[in-house]
Design a protein around this ligand. Structure first.
Ligand code: 5GP
Ligand code: SF4
Ligand code: MG
Length: 466
């Protein structure tokens, strides 16, 4: 999963990109990058780490121009190193081009193999580089035609922003797996700039107005002639990633017309109806479980408390402790509030259960803090299948729900009871029926776009490394 941003027509484009990325930092902490165009030249800066670590005033000063795109990365396809940081920026026959991509192509490995056999050279292991190569090869006269031809060749999940010296392009795959929003921003001189972002949290920070989502299959070109929308590919049956509502997006963002906060509240309420519990207190696993836990507590009329305190200073420099102090791992991040927990029947709510390792440690921690009973509730169905579309869910072997029944999982985790949300309940809470709007493949195993050959993110990564 990644976050992308684009702005066209503003004198402070790279500063806005910086802020837009900052407001989407939760979507990826591995690397950050910005490309800016001044109408003649394009410049790019990328680095490993957080937006605040990669950029400063000086760096941004070297990214002048009225158009910029940016990217924060969470590795899916490709290794974690600078070569895979985005935007991907190249010089090719027609000039300069930068691309920022959120999603995962299912045919990237095949396309890459084919290109390599014909002599193409790749500098990274990321699937996004395939898009850059495809674009550079196209001979169509107009940019929109070249983009249309390329999205006809790639398959899978992509929300893209592309920058040339003079134009910004935004497009989304025909299923609309990943979000991409369009906004407008008033300039100091009274004119208007256009902005794009994975999440509207980016618009709020820079005082831009959310206009609408980029439509699946749509290509939007912004240049000196203004903003123009084109049909790129015919839209397919929509398959928006339901996990964006459950976990990925920030609760202050809008996804389409839906508030993420409201979605999580509704998921928590539905969970309380499906998996009721007798408990003295409902506590969340912060931050991602907090909103669902609030909904759960209100629906079940059990007091809510912040029984786990999250440290926001854990950072990325994590020392691998020796066996004797290994259990500090999760405690560095989460600490129990004994005052709330001691002697209580505790219901702890989290958004998802992936490997089960964190939950197991949390249950142990709550018992050590005096919990009399620990009931775990998950505001999503069991994650039984890997994701092919841009979230790095582990392989079948590592997904606990693919290996064990809910009863076995409860035993492994050590909780008194474990309750998941049902697939129908989840979709119903979000106002949808199966197959009508959301992708739910990691829960149902029904993949809307076949990977051919099967290339879940991990497999693709391994293939690229070989
Ligand atoms: P686990 O069950 O693997 O021990 O951890 C579950 C926790 O991981 C949940 O709190 C959930 O918010 C978080 N989580 C779910 N999906 C992802 C993901 O794709 N990446 C990361 N870093 N955390 C995730
Ligand atoms: Fe989202 Fe799951 Fe579909 Fe991946 S498989 S796009 S995580 S719903
Ligand atoms: Mg979490």
């Amino acid at each position: 999963m990644c976050g992308i941003f684009g702005v066209y027509g503003h004198p402070e484009a790279s500063n806005l990109a910086y802020l837009g990325l900052h407001a989407q930092q939760h979507r990826g902490q591995e690397s950050a990058g910005i490309s800016a165009s001044d109408g003649q030249r394009q410049r790019t800066w990328r680095g490993m780490g957080l937006v605040v670590d990669v950029f400063n005033q000086e760096r941004l000063k070297h990214l002048p121009g009225r158009a910029a795109i940016g990217h924060v990365r969470y590795s899916t396809a490709g290794d974690s190193d600078l070569a895979n940081a985005q935007p991907f920026a190249v010089r090719h026959g027609r000039g300069q081009l930068a691309v920022a991509h959120n999603g995962n192509l299912v045919n990237a490995a095949a396309l890459r193999r084919e290109m390599e056999q014909r002599g193409s050279i790749f500098t990274s292991t990321a699937d996004t580089e395939v898009i850059v190569h495809l674009l550079a090869r196209r001979q169509e006269r107009r940019l929109v035609e070249r983009v249309r031809a390329v999205i006809g060749e790639i398959r899978g999940a992509y929300s893209l922003v592309l920058l040339t010296e003079r134009a910004l392009v935004a497009t989304r795959d025909p299923w609309g797996f990943r979000p991409l929003a369009l906004g407008r921003l008033r300039r100091p001189d009274g004119g208007e700039a256009w902005v794009f972002a994975s999440e509207t949290s980016a618009f709020d920070l820079i005082n831009a107005t959310y206009v609408r989502p980029v439509r699946p299959g749509e290509i939007i070109v912004v240049d000196r002639n203004g903003l123009h929308s084109f049909e790129g590919l015919p839209a397919e049956q929509p398959h928006f990633c339901v996990f964006e509502h459950i976990y990925f997006a920030r609760p202050d963002s809008m996804l389409g017309d839906s508030s993420v906060y409201e979605s999580r509240d509704l998921l928590g309420r539905q969970l309380a109806r499906e998996q009721p519990v007798s408990a003295d207190i409902v506590i969340p696993v912060p931050d991602s479980g907090t909103t669902a836990a609030l909904g759960f507590a209100r629906e079940s009329a059990i007091p809510f408390g912040m029984g786990l305190i999250r440290s926001h200073y854990v950072g990325r420099t994590f020392i691998e402790p020796q066996e004797s102090i290994r259990h500090f791992g999760v405690r560095l991040k989460l600490a129990p509030v004994r005052h709330l927990i001691d002697g209580k029947r505790v219901c702890v709510v989290d958004d998802s259960l992936v490997r089960g390792t964190t939950s197991r440690k949390i249950v142990t921690m709550l018992r050590q803090a005096g919990a009399r009973e620990v009931h775990l509730r998950i505001s999503a169905p069991p994650t039984r299948h890997p994701c092919f579309y841009g979230i790095d869910t582990p392989s079948y072997e590592e997904l606990i729900a693919a290996q064990k029944t809910p009863a076995e999982i409860a035993e492994y985790i050590g909780c008194d009871t474990l309750g998941y949300l049902s697939l129908e309940g989840m979709l119903g809470a979000l106002g949808q029926r199966r197959g009508a709007f959301f992708c739910d493949a990691c829960f149902s195993g029904e993949y809307p776009v076949a990977a051919d050959p099967p290339t879940p993110a991990r497999a693709l990564r391994t293939a690229a490394r070989r």
